[in-house]
Design a protein around this ligand. Structure first.
Ligand code: FES
Length: 69
């Protein structure tokens, strides 16, 4: 599912950013651009970040997300 239309970022990319250590919307934006333009995708990004929390996020990993696009 396409989440961020401004940067054509899909849900899988955002999940990967979170899995690699993105802890908030700023980390996600730095990693893939999602959420850094109009902001209309932020509720979905926050939901995905919240799902990570339910899975044990934030984890101990401190590695920064590498640009994946
Ligand atoms: S849709 Fe994501 S910043 Fe505009």
């Amino acid at each position: 599912m396409l989440v961020c239309h401004c940067y054509a970022v899909n849900e899988a990319v955002i999940r990967e950013c979170i899995a690699r250590g993105a802890r908030d919307e700023d980390d996600v934006a730095a990693a893939c651009g999602a959420g850094s333009c109009c902001g209309s995708c932020m509720p979905t990004i926050w939901r995905l970040l919240g799902e990570g929390a339910e899975d044990g996020w934030p984890c101990q990993a401190s590695a920064r997300v590498v640009q994946s696009r």
